[in-house]
Design a protein around this ligand. Structure first.
Ligand SMILES: NC(=O)c1ccc[n+]([C@@H]2O[C@H](COP(=O)([O-])OP(=O)(O)OC[C@H]3O[C@@H](n4cnc5c(N)ncnc54)[C@H](O)[C@@H]3O)[C@@H](O)[C@H]2O)c1
Length: 460
């Protein structure tokens, strides 16, 4: 059956390619705080045609140096075999010879130094020839020459060291104290500390908002062309979302970081990685009524929770800190719509299996495999067959960095202005949702335990 482009649909990737719209966007210069005030619109969006991959974008012209400070020299900053993330690589492509990484803050001095050496041995040497490594931000500030003042700070340290007001875990506050007004790009999740510290994260969000600091949080899936096509179709047809159904099944065999398996360190897999899909659910469904969240989990000590290819020694983790194998939750959005979410620690191999469905009257949008080969299936009113859109060269990691830099460089308010899709305050709400899910499953488990113990006691 032929797909009818009626009612209005977002353009397919092919229809976008080569459009003069893309060219205009790439050539645009100037600066604007329009996008720098992401809180003015709680759910900003971008024309999917403007989300162009690295090799098809035009570099920002000019010769002025663009100083960047890196916090953390780990996988997100310099890449790892497990995935396509690598902020330094995207910044190099976005800024070209303008990029100057003034310093890297990382207590693992050797790791950071080795990363810089690798860059100096490559064709991007000009960005790193003067990069210095410091154990702490204070050390950098004490030794900083005025010409090294950063124009932007990219934070990729572990979340247990950020997102609070506690000394040593308050890097956002420290940065805004030493470099007021300097834009921040920070990774998700915004924190992983105990739930009672969420108030600290909200206080940071308030400070960022009050000081009008540009801040983008690394929920890169919001920048997928497929996600923006769903958004555009919803907006253009004035649709009301009825439900979001998200499934995030990781490939646990490939996860060898002991901290990831320990919820006292990582917060657990929903807070650490499922957060991407909780965030996307909110992006479409709106605010969640946190008190409505109910959930269940399958735990390591239940028979179906036994998994055979774990790469770490789980016996070294206290039983109460071991992660759930399956987490399942539902909730009401403030709009009345329903959210459904399942996280699975069940697959082996390396590829994750992730799908998000968004329902509205007559429509089902189904986003499949957003990490590797994103495919969007759209079922529209009057159709029994889904239209299939593929995005083979989409790069949301580049799009989020590219938009962040465009926002930092822009000063004019313009309908064409770049936008940040995930503000710090919005990311706090996603963090709250993931905590509400964890709490709901732990509550339900606590309620089940006396029953289970009773059954076991009877069996004895
Ligand atoms: N968006 C994505 O898909 C994606 C992918 C990977 C990682 N991440 C996120 O990036 C963050 C970092 O993850 P990673 O995989 O790079 O971790 P990592 O362990 O590989 O690297 C973290 C680095 O930070 C350093 N560090 C520790 N404490 C620090 C401190 N107080 N100040 C500065 N540096 C400090 C460590 O020494 C290490 O070099 C996490 O929040 C993670 O969730 C996101």
């Amino acid at each position: 059956m032929a797909y009818q482009a009626s009612p209005t649909f977002a353009r397919s990737p092919n229809e976008c390619r080569g459009s003069d719209h893309q060219l205009r966007f790439s050539e645009r210069k100037g600066s604007g705080t329009g996008a720098g005030s992401p809180l003015s619109s709680r759910r900003p969006s971008i024309d999917p045609c403007r989300l162009v991959p690295m090799d098809k974008t035009m570099h920002i012209g000019g010769s002025d140096e663009f100083n960047v400070l890196f916090i953390g020299a780990g996988n997100i900053m310099f890449g790892s075999p497990e995935g396509p993330w690598n902020h330094s690589f995207r910044l190099e492509h976005k800024l070209g010879p303008r990029l100057k990484v003034v310093a890297i803050i990382d207590p693992a001095i050797e790791r950071a130094t080795a990363m810089i050496q690798k860059k100096r041995d490559s064709f991007v040497v000009s960005a790193y020839e003067k990069t210095r490594v410091f154990r702490t931000l204070d050390d950098f500030v004490k030794n900083m020459a005025p010409r090294d003042r950063p124009r932007a700070v990219v934070i990729g340290s572990p979340p247990m060291f950020r997102g609070t007001l506690q000394p040593g875990r308050d890097i956002e506050i420290q940065i805004t104290k030493h470099f007021p007004g300097v834009p921040l790009f920070t990774e998700k999740p915004i924190a992983t500390g105990p739930q009672y510290e969420i108030g600290d994260a909200l206080a940071i969000a308030k400070q960022i908002e009050e000081t009008k600091t540009i801040c983008s949080v690394g929920y890169m899936l919001r920048y997928l062309q497929g996600v923006q096509m769903i958004k555009q179709t919803i907006e253009e047809n004035n649709l009301t979302v009825m439900a979001t159904i998200a499934r995030y099944a990781c490939a646990y065999e490939a996860i060898a970081k002991p901290d990831w398996w320990d919820k006292s360190k990582s917060g657990g897999p929903v807070i650490e990685q499922g957060t991407h899909f909780c965030d996307l659910s909110r992006y479409f469904g709106g605010e969640v009524v946190l008190s409505s969240v109910v959930g269940h989990s399958l735990e390591f000590d239940e028979k179906p929770g036994h998994i055979s290819k774990m790469q770490i020694d789980e016996s070294k983790i206290a039983p109460e800190n071991r992660i759930s194998r399956i987490t399942s939750a539902t909730w009401k959005y403030e709009s009345g719509a329903i959210g459904v979410f399942t996280h699975c620690v069940a697959l082996q191999g390396t590829n994750y299996s992730c799908e998000l469905e968004v329902y509205a009257d007559g429509y089902c949008f189904r986003l499949v495999d957003p990490y590797v080969q994103p495919i969007l299936y759209i079922r529209a009113p009057g159709e029994d067959i889904e239209k299939v859109l593929r995005f083979p060269d989409d790069d949301p990691f580049f799009s989020e960095i590219s938009n962040f830099i465009d926002v930092v460089e822009d000063v004019e308010e313009s309908p064409e202005a770049a936008v940040i899709l995930s503000s710090y305050e919005d990311a706090c709400r996603s963090y709250q949702l993931t905590w509400a899910i964890r709490e709901a499953t732990e509550r339900s488990r606590a309620g089940r335990l006396p029953m289970r113990n009773g059954i076991e006691a009877k069996a004895l």
